[in-house]
Design a protein around this ligand. Structure first.
Ligand code: GDP
Ligand code: MG
Length: 439
């Protein structure tokens, strides 16, 4: 995927504006990527429209390439759609706060209920788990086992009592025991059926929970959209937990769930263990959906143009004292590829205080240097030291590049100085700089 995106973005290079036509290719790639990541087709359509509106006409910020600008728009839109910020659990004005779990069978409701209980317990809360899945005898056992494991009490009345009654008495029990959270685990079905929906709706009306969390298996794929719609229309959800993200699932379901219900994903499940629950962060999920490891990777990817192989080869040359003017020009080009020098310096912590005039000055100098180097012969580039000993060569370069002889002399001196410094650096640290630079 990354390669495809990169290939599409390459076509954008060298244009200073994102236009309706030049973003069509990259949009197609993003569209395919989202569908591959299990975002529902309808949601993808809306999303792509959003990106298109935002991207078209965008001036490319100096120092950023058009393709980088585009990926930023896609990324921002993803984060935006998924809710920008982590949304905490809603608490009741008066204890206990109630969470009702909802979802199909096997999605991880019971596991998530226990995970949530542990999560709250770790925050010095006192949760109570309530077992209302009376249809599978093993379900109550499962919750009780998990409860023992995490040291959280489980309220159960066996399999002969109506789930609505169990939920109601469970809440009353929590009140009398001074528990501040009640997590009601419910029965799921393999498919949505009216009996289950009716029961859930009834429990909800009876206990008036602060949260109705839809548990969605991240592997559900395209179905996540329909599932969310049905649950939200019939029960009304306040949020979701996306489970099984420890697998291959790319997490596109997060986008579908959020876009269709308008409710936030609150947590993600990342394993079978009771500790494997994390708050949901839209930025991280956006990176995952785009197929990038994390935000950092993404940002780095957008900003990094330095060819690593080149950089390594250069370093080797420096070590062997073979660094010459050709390499110097190459380095200048790498710098240029990163956008303007100013754009590059902004990325370095502590460098953002540099004045624009200083940056312009430095850019001018780089340009002059490149012009002078272009007027050198191959031999002069490879053996910069002959320039130091031959004034006639310096004169010729000065004439050829439209600079003064003094400027050429200065360039040669600067280069020699830089080379010495680089050699010292690559042999271990900058001498005389003391401890960590004071940025
Ligand atoms: P329920 O039917 O909705 O209550 O689902 P369960 O909680 O019983 O979970 C069904 C299966 O999914 C169990 O084997 C769980 O261990 C497993 N499971 C639940 N959450 C996760 C998760 O985040 N990651 C992985 N890998 N497995 C999970
Ligand atoms: Mg269960």
């Amino acid at each position: 995927l990354s390669e495809q995106l990169e290939a599409a973005w390459k076509k954008l290079r060298g244009q200073d504006k994102l236009t309706a036509s030049n973003i069509q290719e990259p949009l197609k790639v993003v569209r395919r990527a989202l569908i591959d990541a299990d975002v529902s087709v309808q949601v993808v359509r809306e999303f792509i429209q959003g990106v298109e509106t935002r991207a078209v006409g965008k001036e490319v910020i100096s120092g950023v390439r058009p393709d980088q600008q585009f990926i930023k728009v896609v990324y921002d839109e993803l984060v935006q759609v998924m809710g920008t910020e982590q949304v905490p659990l809603i608490t009741a004005p008066q204890s206990p706060s109630i969470i009702l779990m909802a979802g199909l069978q096997g999605t991880g409701k019971t596991t998530a209920a226990a995970k949530l209980a542990l999560y709250l317990k770790k925050q010095d809360k006192k949760p109570l788990l309530v077992a209302t899945d009376i249809y599978r005898p093993a379900a109550i056992d499962q919750l009780q086992t998990l409860g023992r494991q995490i040291g959280v009490p489980v309220f159960a009345l066996g399999t002969d009592v109506n789930p609505v009654t169990i939920a109601q008495q469970g809440v009353a029990h929590a009140q009398s025991e001074g528990c501040d959270w009640v997590i009601v685990d419910t029965a799921g079905r393999l498919q949505i059926d009216q009996a289950m929906m009716g029961e859930l709706a009834q429990i909800k009306t009876t206990i008036q929970p602060q949260e109705v969390l839809l548990v969605v298996d991240a592997m559900t794929g395209q179905e996540a959209a329909n599932l969310t719609r049905t649950f939200h229309e019939q029960i009304g959800i306040t949020g979701a937990i996306l489970t099984k993200l420890d697998g291959d699932a790319r997490g596109g379901a997060a986008l579908s769930v959020r876009q269709i219900s308008g409710q936030p994903i609150k947590f993600i499940g990342t394993g079978e263990k009771v500790e494997a629950l994390q708050p949901f962060y839209p930025e991280r999920m956006a990176s995952r959906i785009l197929g990038m490891g994390d935000v950092l990777t993404l940002v780095e990817k957008a900003q990094e143009t330095v060819d690593l192989a080149d950089a390594e080869r250069l370093q080797e040359k420096i070590l062997r004292a073979q660094f010459d003017f050709s390499d110097f020009v190459q380095q200048l080009r790498l710098l240029k590829n990163m956008g303007s020098l100013g754009g590059f310096m902004k990325l370095i912590p502590g460098m953002n205080q540099i004045k624009p005039e200083q940056i312009q000055q430095a850019e001018k100098q780089l340009k002059r240097a490149e012009a002078m180097i272009n007027s050198m012969t191959t031999r002069e580039r490879q053996q910069p030291d002959i320039l130091a000993s031959h004034p006639s060569r310096r004169r010729r370069i000065a004439k050829g590049s439209g600079h003064t002889e003094a400027e050429v002399t200065k360039l040669v001196q600067d280069f020699q100085q830089m080379r010495t410094m680089m050699q010292r650096m690559s042999m271990g640290g900058l001498p005389g700089m003391g401890d960590a630079p004071n940025l």
